[in-house]
Design a protein around this ligand. Structure first.
Ligand code: DO4
Ligand code: MG
Length: 298
């Protein structure tokens, strides 16, 4: 069972639930409203949507014909780093100029009790399915980071799973780790979607298959896959550090780190198309644009 948000031709935004065959509109403005109503009714989001599906007509349009939006407008997106061996290896490569000759703080954080967690994005910087992600104009080495996202209540309860892209500049971070916020955060540097999978419908959250494909001029130039079984840490451990002495917004998204890194000689280019597919969540597709073509004001 997956929750989506979409825009009607009138411009009206609706949340909806899909069982893959059909799409049923929900009377909620977004996923967190559904979660809160289920709490008030002392039921679960799954039971609530199942009940609603018996009393509303499905849309005439199919899922693939809808204009999807971010599945929730997360006020904050946070992200974890170096939670997979592949990320540690890639970070060491960029920090040592490819020499990999000495232990780094990335080795340290991979093994440390405290995970790396950083602030990634705000609602205004985050885009949804089929919307453009943007390249930084002062970086020559940029990649998508395909990651599983945890959807959290303000108490830190995991109520859903989504897919996310932690767009990153390997040259800026590699030059100096203190540049991390600049390597990670700019307009259009984060995407989430296409849906939220209800947590209670996932029997093993350490068995998500993650696939990343990048297309250039119609050709597939990157094709990588990974599985959340390779994650070094537990989700509860990551959330525990995020909520510690912190206040969360309802619907905060926590990206759990990347295990797919394109080849070291690869950098994203204007016109590329990124696809991030997570089993049971769907395909998050984003065209890549250079900042020169963007016209926004945040
Ligand atoms: O240490 C930098 C961040 C690494 C990261 O974003 C990841 O592992 O996904
Ligand atoms: Mg990342």
């Amino acid at each position: 069972m997956r929750i989506i948000r979409f825009e009607e031709s009138s411009g009206f935004v609706l949340a909806a639930v899909t069982d893959e065959q059909q799409v049923f509109p929900l009377p909620h403005s977004d996923f967190m409203e559904l979660v809160r109503e289920s709490e008030q009714q002392q039921t679960t989001p799954l039971r609530l949507v199942q009940e609603m599906m018996t009393s509303v007509q499905p849309l005439e349009k199919k899922l693939e014909d809808l204009t999807l939006l971010v599945p929730l407008e997360a006020a904050e997106v946070w992200a974890c780093g170096v939670t997979y061996e592949r990320s540690r290896e890639a970070r060491n490569y960029e920090a040592t100029g490819g020499k990999m000759d000495s232990a780094t703080f990335y080795d340290k954080v991979y093994d440390a009790k405290r995970p790396e967690i950083f602030f990634k994005s705000t609602a205004a910087r985050t885009v949804g399915p089929n919307q453009d992600v943007y390249l930084r104009s002062d970086s020559n080495w940029q990649i998508p980071e395909p990651e599983l996202g945890l959807v959290l209540t303000r108490e830190g309860k995991i109520v859903g799973y989504t897919a996310g892209n932690d767009m990153s500049c390997r040259d800026i971070e590699g030059e100096n780790p203190l540049y991390l916020p600049q390597a990670k955060m700019w307009r259009g540097s984060c995407s989430i979607g296409p849906s939220i999978r209800l947590a209670e419908t996932v029997s093993d959250p350490y068995a998500f298959e993650i696939i990343c494909r990048i297309y250039r001029d119609g050709e597939k130039v990157v094709d990588g896959s990974a599985n959340t079984s390779q994650l070094k840490r537990k989700y509860e451990e990551l959330v525990e550090y995020l909520v510690r002495d912190n206040s969360l917004f309802d619907g905060t998204v926590l990206l759990t780190g990347t295990c797919i890194v394109p080849p070291d000689d690869f950098t994203l280019a204007d016109g590329d198309r990124i696809e991030i597919e997570i089993s049971g969540i769907g395909i998050l597709t984003n065209p890549v644009k250079s900042q020169a073509t963007k016209n926004i004001s945040i």
